[in-house]
Design a protein around this ligand. Structure first.
Ligand code: DOR
Ligand code: ZN
Length: 377
């Protein structure tokens, strides 16, 4: 067995579902899944019920995370059509602002240019006061992170360029998108982007096999789109899971009546690292590529504080099959079940304490930190 020591990973895109959808996931089970995947920091999305769109709701979510999480958690605020930029007074206490302009789960989709213009303008104005963490401001703002597919991508790039707002593109899935992001970076637009393991390792060719287990937004793309993500890996700043648990019953699996509108999304926290290490084993990636995109770059882009005495130990030679049964996520399934992988997380040490070892989470709920809560005090 050869043990590899890596920094604690950051997953910059997860949906831990609290409040409102605790039957799918909660801060304890979601962060347990994170530790099992070698992830010691997660950034949680705002499309909960109610959404994280006001100062009071961010404070409520921070209290829940502080009481229950077993790894560190940053919280996004989200814009809504009805509440607009009501989150602004607490912008420095969020890891970033999430804007949805494409089809998604939940009620957060923004519908008008007028509101989009306002959201970028007011985030830039708030940054005039606080600065951006990415540029070194201690109590500054994070980036605007967007779910912007297809023709909505250039809308967001233009607003980012006009207001000089750091823009992060979530889960890029298509050739057209990654190529446009490359061109935007070459022209000094302040843009970064992320790709999920499911868009790197699955395509429309897998849909007949996966059925509803392969339904997420963005949808699985064509094999040519997948090839484009691999060709343009140098443009990809972050690997993030978009861990989006829904129950198999909600997806219409194992139930007699097909649901009218099955929710899109797949869990991913526990399978990202073994999938990436398997690609490294096959020579498609290096360990440095993984550490840059799962630790260093997300820390820089979101201005995350260092986690002292924190690392993970991975048996890189362990070869095994991913199974639903081994998972800590409450929904207990993965689209990668049955796949053989290399690389098993053996131990996770967070701030000098062993919080995960040999398949068991040892941390107590509430031992994770909620990031950025002191800023603005
Ligand atoms: O597949 C997805 N699921 N895409 C999204 O944008 C949202 C997510 C969810 O929250 O379920
Ligand atoms: Zn998401």
């Amino acid at each position: 067995m050869s043990t590899l020591r890596l920094p604690g990973l950051v997953d910059a895109h997860v949906h831990l579902r609290e409040p409102g959808y605790e039957y799918k996931e909660d801060f304890t089970t979601g962060t347990m899944a994170a530790l099992a995947g070698g992830v010691t920091t997660v950034l949680d999305m705002p499309n909960t019920n109610p959404p994280t769109s006001t100062p009071a709701r961010l404070a409520d979510k921070a209290r829940r995370a502080a009481a229950h999480a077993v790894c560190d958690v940053g919280l996004f605020v989200g814009a809504t059509n009805t509440e607009g930029d009501a989150y602004l007074p607490v912008a420095p206490q969020a890891c970033g602002l999430k804007i949805y302009v494409s089809d998604t789960f939940g009620s957060l989709r923004i519908d008008t240019l007028a509101l989009m213009h306002r959201l970028f303008r007011t985030w830039a104005t708030a940054a005039d006061q606080h600065g951006y963490r990415m540029q070194g401001a201690e109590h500054g703002l994070g980036p605007i992170t967007v779910h912007a597919e297809e023709l909505m991508l250039p809308v967001c790039l233009a607003l980012s360029q006009i207001y000089r707002v750091p823009l992060h593109i979530a889960h890029v899935s298509r050739r057209s998108e990654i190529e446009l992001i490359r061109a935007a970076k070459e022209r000094d637009i302040p843009v970064t982007c992320e790709v999920t393991p499911h868009h790197l390792f699955l395509s429309t060719a897998d849909l007949p096999r996966l059925g509803a287990r392969g339904d997420m937004r963005p949808r699985l793309a064509t094999p040519d789109d997948v090839a484009a993500l691999w060709e343009n890996l140098d443009v990809v700043d972050i690997f993030a899971t978009d861990h989006a648990p829904h129950t198999l019953a909600e997806k219409g699996i194992g139930v007699s009546e097909a649901p009218a509108a099955p929710p899109p999304g797949v869990p991913g926290l526990e399978t990202m690292l073994p999938l990436l290490l398997t690609a490294a084993h096959a020579g498609r990636l290096t360990q440095e590529d993984i550490v840059a995109r799962c630790a260093d770059n997300p820390r820089r882009i979101y201005g995350l504080p260092a986690q002292p005495e924190t690392w993970i130990e991975v048996d890189v030679d362990a070869e095994y099959e991913l199974t639903d049964a081994a998972l800590k996520t409450k929904v207990g399934w993965t689209p990668f079940a049955g796949q053989r992988v290399y690389g098993r997380v053996e131990r996770v040490i967070l701030r000098g304490v062993t919080v995960y070892a040999q398949g068991e989470v040892l941390a107590t709920p509430g031992s994770g930190k909620v990031l950025f809560q002191e800023s603005g005090d």
